[in-house]
Design a protein around this ligand. Structure first.
Ligand code: PXG
Length: 441
């Protein structure tokens, strides 16, 4: 029997929404019912310009034909194949394509279903890798203050967003954190800030404290997204790479946001010219259309597991949906769209225009900092005394009323439009946001 689903639910109780003010939402719901290219359509028939690529994931915009067709074709041909001990061609084809486009040194792909799972996977591979090499004492994981690595236990343990950690018990043991890199002297910086490379040296202090030979991996977002868009200071990532290499510590770049063109290159590792040992991805991998993530690893890491009798499983890890055929089809359609339309180069080309447009908001009320890189930007607002996050949330609601989707975290407005954006639409984002900032209290 066909499901008779009405387009707009008239009872909103049952769905406990993620990272949402549920009671506020249900009192005044904001529903999207369709999307195409740069726009969403709301339930009441309005067009909303997508200033955030969904949640930083729809890098090619919405309802892109290659992706839609790939999913439809695949669903009709091979809907599912067991992920363990069986294969299907698209999973191998996609892995090869990812390796081809990945930064130097990334030679293998482990599939997951989300950014959070990519993070857990990378952390587990790091621990098991050291153990496989006879260095099982390397059990410590180092993250960074203000880091976001998803919401599972490993990710919130190495993560540094207090609200995502404090209600969830004792987390993983043996984790330490680098200081965040947000320095007041870097306010209004266009691109990478000048100050802060020295903050990477804190890794030397942490290594000395615990003994460098006890540390398995350092995980950082090369550009921190969720916490409110923090660029790496000049020289910072290079210094982290130097110190990790010196001590035999793996360096993991969490590129769930920065992967697939956001900074104008395939990956941030390429953009900054720093080679990590693993890269975690999700989001833009399938243009957000089907849940999928992937961890890219070096040959050295992968090969460390390829020992022992060949009928034995080398890594006791994986998901029912690792490399799901429809997800692989969506990813291949996505990568084809990126390549055919030159979207990463387009992001790089538009970046200077984006930068100028965004920084024109500098003199609007309550703006205390603006930062940008590639097609990403942040406008930081002064919090209302005694009511942090309220000003930015009001701006979000007002922008939505005016037909613009923005994202806020704390009192920071984050922007990350699809890479297909036109210059005129950049102007529209900035003009609307300018009005919003004038009107919001
Ligand atoms: N790592 C990074 C760097 C991320 O940004 C994750 C891991 C987790 O991905 P999943 O697919 O499990 O959500 C993320 C996700 C926001 C926002 O507006 C950011 C994310 C997700 C939702 C909203 O800042 N980042």
């Amino acid at each position: 029997m066909a499901l008779d689903l009405k387009p707009i639910p008239n009872d909103l109780r049952a769905f406990w929404m993620p990272f949402t003010a549920n009671r506020q939402f249900k009192a005044a719901p904001r529903m999207f019912v369709a999307a195409e290219n740069m726009h969403y359509t709301t339930a009441d028939g309005r067009q909303v310009l997508d200033g955030t690529a969904g949640l930083w994931c729809c890098n090619a915009g919405h309802k892109r034909p290659k992706i839609v067709e790939a999913i439809q074709r695949q669903a009709a041909e091979l809907d599912y194949a067991p992920a363990f001990q069986m294969g299907h061609p698209l999973a191998f084809e996609l892995a090869n394509r990812l390796v081809d486009m990945a930064p130097e040194g990334m030679e293998h792909v482990f599939y997951t279903n989300s950014g959070s799972e990519s993070v857990e996977t990378a952390l587990k591979i790091a621990l098991a890798y050291h153990r496989a090499r006879g260095e099982g004492q390397r059990t410590r994981l180092i993250g960074r203050e203000r880091g976001y690595h998803g919401v599972n236990f490993g990710g919130i343990s190495v993560g540094g967003i207090v609200n995502n950690r404090k209600n969830f018990g004792t987390l993983l043991a043996g984790v330490d954190h680098l200081p965040h890199t947000h320095l007041p002297e870097n306010a209004w910086t266009k691109g990478q800030p000048e100050h802060g490379a020295h903050l990477a040296d804190e890794l030397e202090r942490i290594a000395a404290l615990h003994g460098p030979e006890t540390i398995a991996a350092v995980i950082v977002e090369p550009m921190a997204g969720s916490t409110g868009v923090l660029m790496p200071p000049k020289g910072y990532l290079e210094r982290l790479r130097e110190i990790t290499r010196k001590h035999g510590i793996l360096l993991i770049f969490d590129e769930v946001i920065t992967g697939f063109g956001r900074l104008g290159s395939s990956f941030a590792a390429e953009h900054f010219g720093v080679q990590p040992d693993m890269i975690t991805t999700a989001k833009g991998l399938t243009n957000g259309v089907i849940p999928m993530g992937a961890v890219l690893t070096s040959a050295e890491i992968h090969d460390a597991f390829m020992h022992g009798p060949d009928h034995l499983i080398e890594l006791f890890h994986g998901y029912t949906y690792s490399g799901n055929p429809i997800a692989c089809a969506a990813a291949l359609g996505t990568l084809e769209t990126y390549a055919e339309e030159g979207l990463f180069a387009r992001a790089a080309e538009l970046a200077p225009y984006w930068e100028e447009a965004l920084h024109s908001l500098r003199d609007k009320p309550n703006v205390i900092d603006i930062r940008n890189m590639g097609l990403i930007g942040a406008v930081e607002l002064a919090p209302i005394a005694g009511a942090p996050t309220k000003r930015a949330f009001s701006a979000f609601l007002k922008a939505y009323e005016k037909g613009l989707l923005i994202r806020t975290t704390g009192d920071i407005i984050a922007l990350s439009p699809p890479l297909i954006i036109e210059r005129g639409q950049i102007d529209e984002i900035v003009d609307t946001l300018g009005e919003v900032l004038e009107e919001v209290e």
